[in-house]
Design a binder for this molecule. Structure first.
Ligand code: 5RP
Length: 230
């Protein structure tokens, strides 16, 4: 079994009957959604709130009943992937461009469980370019201000580029209708300070630093998975 599947399978242990679940995005989260669908077919009663259009499609194909976030009075658990997992479970997310909805849903959940293979564990965040979701209006000015904010936040030489859609070559548009700036940082020595500085730039909708949100990380390997808690 591949490491992502090992992690996704162990995350099912956190799911209980009648839960409302945040359904993450990305390849690892999709495996979790498919496995969850098998449990639902077997009688598990849950409802899912997807963090992306793609996750909604996978959930529907897997037989999972969806709930609009506007109709949810609680979210018990969110299971999602990550691009990097650093000290204190600080994360970089948004490689798939879903960071805004992922963060809204993770922040509204009683528990966030992150599932990943061990390549995602890092000592310092930042080798993966930090995605920053921005309004389309004035995005090139916003990009310059994000560059400045990253410098003030402690990143030595950031490089900020507008994400392109791999197929069309046009700017990538998020589910919420925004652009993504991918910010190559190399290292983010102070994620909390960086997050605060980037957040303060007008035009920034959200950034991919998830700080103090994940309580459980499940790391999959070839022959099993390990649960890390804080
Ligand atoms: C999407 C995300 C994903 O969780 C992240 O990119 C990890 O994806 P994968 O499981 O495919 O490695 O943040 O916005």
């Amino acid at each position: 079994m591949n490491p992502k599947t090992q992690a996704a399978r162990l995350a099912l242990d956190y799911v209980k009957n009648n839960m409302i679940l945040g359904l993450g995005s990305g390849s690892t989260a999709e495996i979790f959604i498919e496995l969850l669908g098998i449990r639902v077919t077997g009688g598990l009663d849950i409802k899912g709130i997807p963090t992306s259009r793609r996750s909604a499609e996978v959930a529907i194909e897997s037989g999972i009943e969806l709930l609009s976030i506007e109709h949810a009075d609680r979210i018990d658990l969110t299971v999602d992937g990550a691009d990097e997992i650093g000290p204190d479970f600080a994360l970089i997310k948004g490689g798939g461009g879903c960071l805004l909805r992922e963060k809204i849903i993770a922040n509204a959940s009683d528990l966030m469980v992150v599932i990943a293979d061990e390549s995602k564990l890092v000592d310092t965040l930042g080798a993966f370019a930090l995605p920053v979701e921005v309004d389309r209006f004035g995005f090139s000015i916003t990009a310059k201000k994000v560059f400045d904010a990253l410098r003030v936040g402690g990143t030595q030489r950031p490089a900020v580029v507008l994400r392109e859609d791999k197929h069309s070559g046009k700017p990538f548009i998020t589910d919420g209708g925004h652009y993504i700036l991918d910010c190559a940082c190399g290292a983010i020595p102070n994620p909390a300070k960086t997050a605060a500085k980037v957040c303060a730039v007008p035009g920034v909708i959200e950034h991919g630093l998830f700080i103090d949100l994940a309580r459980v990380v499940i790391i999959g390997g070839e022959i099993g998975a390990e649960i890390l808690e804080r």
